[in-house]
Design a protein around this ligand. Structure first.
Ligand SMILES: Cc1ncc(COP(=O)(O)O)c(C=O)c1O
Length: 511
């Protein structure tokens, strides 16, 4: 135990700190109890730190205007319980090694000990935890930087309008909305989503088939949990959505890469190369990340193959409402009359990621399994948030919002494309896209994807290297750049920074 001496630099607790303790002389709680409680609180919340000297009982009694006996009794009690220790001739001190709410800063020796500790050898990690650790889904950093793919225009989100709905729900909703709510989501939101999807995506479903989730990712996890056995085969687009792939892999499925050609997922390659799948994962309306739209012929072939082989198709329809030419192509689910498609949608793109709401359309006989799976894996989405979004959709606000965002994103896409062509022309080639919130830019020879990504990140520009989405090595190096989340006026100076960065990377490579 650390014992302070006369020359110790540790300051004693100032009378001011302890005299801030408020004692109520009219209370039924005794002065002893009040002081005892207040002292414990000061020690536990870190206001009084370990080994700090407490004022003498005489001084504290004077400061607080209580009898010295009361203070002495409190100190004795705190000593008996280990909050305080005393040193004859030196006084009383706050004890060490208490689990404080605000822990004191560790000293250098402790820090060194932890930094030298490489792993926790006592714990044998499960197979899943090894797969989780290897996942690249967490490559992206939490704080949003410019050009991060998949981020909506949060700078122009209609907060006032949203707050109106939020306030209305919080004020007028039934008490039940502050509870856990029904597993699988509230009927009101299911009805609103079903009506919206019928209209916007030609989706063919009853509201009862919808399970509300906390986003598309929870939908993938629910599918993996409820429908996948260990070693089941999953055909997965390559390159493809990282987090979905890693969720299935973590659950023990075998991921088989399927290349993308100009018509979408290359079904012939998959049939020729891989065993029959339990599940086929696809983003037919806007291939993630390459941007291809699956042709009608390929859609029909895929549905027919899935039906004949009793495979599920997961249709991840994450951002296809943002279509900049013509009407969005109907969802793959709209063509499915055999019940093979599990349709997954999210509000992360159409509203904002923090809403944490998504949904999955499943056949009637699977609704109970999926809802129960959601209970086992933790709770579903916030009922209050579900109430807000229900009203937002019912009042036509959601459709309006998508219409407005479509115009905004189209402009942002145009500005980014023009600037990339103008400022980075011989270093990077942007690929035109008519759907979604991101574009691909191919890198010229001499630029390494990962190095470029890291160098840009230092400049607060967040691209994703194409290789991170890929299972098999890709022949072309490219970056995925989001355009939806960056204001048009910010784009030219950011692209200028990019251009300078690419130039210096190329120069360093040639010298
Ligand atoms: C292809 C794809 N699907 C789905 C999602 C949405 O995930 P969530 O709804 O869990 O936010 C994303 C998010 O980045 C995505 O890129």
């Amino acid at each position: 135990m650390y014992v302070p001496n006369e020359t110790s630099s540790m300051k004693s607790v100032q009378g001011a700190l302890l005299s801030s303790i408020q004692l109520d002389r009219n209370s039924q709680i005794t002065l002893f109890q009040q002081l005892d409680k207040a002292m414990r609180k000061l020690i536990l919340n870190g206001a009084v730190i370990a080994n700090q000297r407490l004022p003498s009982s005489r001084q504290l009694a004077d400061d607080l205007g209580v009898s010295r006996i009361t203070v002495k009794n409190v100190y004795e009690q705190l000593i008996a319980e280990g909050y305080v220790y005393s040193k004859i001739g030196s006084g009383s001190f706050a004890a060490e090694n208490l689990k404080r709410e605000k822990s004191p800063r560790p000293n250098k020796r402790t820090l060194l000990k932890y930094s030298q500790r490489k792993s926790t050898p006592k714990h044998v990690l499960s197979e899943q935890s090894k797969r989780i650790t290897l996942s690249k889904a967490t490559t992206r950093i939490a704080e949003t930087r410019s050009f991060r793919p998949g981020i909506p225009a949060l700078d122009v989100f209609p907060r006032k309008l949203w707050n109106k709905y939020w306030k209305e729900v919080n004020t007028n909703c039934h008490d039940d909305s502050f509870g856990y709510g029904p597993t699988g989501g509230i009927p009101r939101l299911k009805n609103a989503i079903a009506a919206h999807l019928r209209d916007a995506r030609s989706v063919n479903c009853d509201a009862e088939q919808i399970v509300i989730t906390t986003g598309a990712q929870q939908a993938f996890v629910l599918i993996a949990f409820a429908l996948i056995n260990k070693d089941n085969i999953i055909w997965y687009e390559d390159p493809g959505h990282i987090a979905g792939r890693d969720a299935f892999h973590t659950m023990g499925a075998k991921i088989c890469p399927v290349a993308i050609d100009e018509e979408g997922l290359d079904l012939d390659q998959a049939i020729a190369t891989h065993p029959k799948p339990a599940v086929i994962f696809t983003t037919p309306s806007h291939q993630h990340p390459l941007g291809t739209t699956m042709s009608l012929v390929r859609r029909l072939q895929l549905l027919s193959y899935a039906h004949d082989n009793k495979s599920w198709i997961i249709e991840d329809d994450y951002d296809s409402e943002f279509q900049y030419r013509g009407r969005p192509l109907p969802a793959l689910q709209a063509l499915d009359d055999q019940g093979s498609v599990l349709y997954v949608g999210t509000f992360s793109k159409s509203l904002f990621p923090a809403v944490r709401l998504g949904y999955i359309i499943v056949p009637h006989d699977l609704v109970a399994v999926f809802s129960a799976a959601q209970s086992l894996l933790g709770q579903g989405a916030s009922v209050l948030m579900q109430e807000v979004v229900s009203r937002f959709i019912e009042d036509g606000r959601f459709a309006d919002h998508i219409r407005k965002m479509r115009v905004i994103y189209q402009r942002r896409r145009d500005v980014l494309t023009v600037e990339l062509r103008r400022q980075c022309s011989d270093m990077l080639t942007p690929v035109h896209t008519d759907v979604g919130m991101h574009l691909i830019a191919w890198l010229s020879d001499g630029l390494d994807e990962l190095k470029t990504h890291k160098a840009l990140l230092e400049l607060e520009i967040e691209t994703i290297p194409l290789s991170i989405f890929s299972i098999t090595p890709q022949t072309k190096a490219g970056l995925v750049l989001g355009f939806s989340g960056t204001a048009p006026d910010d784009i030219p100076p950011l692209v200028e920074k990019m251009a300078n960065c690419l130039k210096s990377l190329l120069k360093a490579n040639t010298t």
